[in-house]
Unconditional design. Structure first.
Length: 305
């Protein structure tokens, strides 16, 4: 058995930004994962989000299906999504709910009389997370020896395509198939993801995607911390220097809830290899691509649209 994973702990309030940036670099190069503490998002708000998430998933399926996913917002039922597109089995044993950018009016919301304060809780969470991610991205820019406002300057943060995903993995499914996962193996598509779980284990990473047999290691959750992981678009920007690590969630034996916050660049932002990351010994791996084109292609593959 490999030793338990130890990711760096990044303290967003730490005054020495350069030493924090170095630690971020280490986390992103070695694992593509780190923990984030003192992120400015209240415990109380996080608890409210979990409570409201459980309120929604407890509704009868007919009610949930009224908000079925459209424009990548709303409800996705159990087995309806398969993150590992190579698997031939039925989909992942989770249900989820997406809430996208607040400004464009595409979100779907439960009625206020059914779930009071649901919408306002999620909107507050979206705003708070976006502000934490914006601070984090300035440190990520420093960690890449760029100016702190690099991601603003390239237009990634004009109207970032940021999504909350509420997740529920039912614990009572008793599936006999070993091929069914809560969330099958995947990497995230965007720049960074901030994840918080209810502490029920299940998340695992595979650090060497192409090594066979694959080695999967448990990711412990840390109370009060976000688990942060690098997504594919950041991997493309850094020509693979920062890893977008394969991860999955095992089917839990008890109910498991988590909340992911995916940050993708604004739709017209071009994701192209940083000059400092393309060298003779590390030639260009990914051509430039517009964020929206990349995201839509990945969603098409996942949802088979
Ligand atoms: O629920 C988790 O712990 C991870 C979820 C995840 O990886 C995802 O939604 O992309
Ligand atoms: Fe993920």
């Amino acid at each position: 058995m490999p030793d338990a994973l130890q990711f760096p702990i990044i303290d967003l309030s730490f005054p020495d930004r350069f030493s924090i940036a170095n630690l971020i670099r280490q986390g992103c190069v070695d694992h593509g994962f780190f923990y984030l503490v003192n992120h400015g998002v209240d415990e109380e708000l996080i608890s409210k989000v979990f409570e409201q998430s459980s309120n929604f998933f407890s509704l009868p399926i007919e009610e949930k299906m009224k908000l079925v996913r459209k424009n990548h917002r709303g409800y996705t039922a159990l087995y309806a999504e398969k993150l590992d597109t190579t698997l031939t089995t039925e989909g992942d044993s989770k249900e989820s709910f997406y809430i996208g950018p607040l400004a464009d009016d595409l979100n779907q919301w439960p009625l206020e009389e059914d779930l009071p304060s649901w919408r306002s809780t999620m909107e507050t969470y979206h705003q708070k997370l976006l502000s934490a991610v914006t601070k984090l991205l300035s440190l990520i820019a420093l960690s890449l020896k760029l100016e702190e406002d690099f991601f603003e300057k390239v237009g990634a943060l004009i109207e970032p395509l940021a999504f909350i995903r509420l997740l529920h993995y039912p614990g009572d499914l008793n599936s006999s198939s070993e091929e069914i996962f809560g969330a099958s193996a995947h990497s995230d598509y965007g720049m960074v993801t901030l994840l918080v779980t209810d502490g029920v284990p299940g998340l695992q990473i595979c650090r060497e995607k192409s090594k066979q047999p694959q080695v999967w290691e448990d990711v412990p959750s840390m109370s009060g911390a976000f688990i942060v992981n690098i997504g594919d678009m950041m991997e493309r920007w850094t020509n693979g220097l920062f890893r977008s690590t394969l991860h999955r969630v095992l089917q839990p034996r008890q109910d498991r809830y988590s909340v992911a916050f995916f940050t993708n660049p604004s739709k017209d932002c071009t994701v192209e290899c940083l000059e400092s990351c393309c060298t003779e010994s590390c030639p260009l791996r990914f051509p430039p691509i517009k964020a929206i084109d990349y995201l839509e292609e990945r969603l098409r593959l996942t949802y088979g649209l």
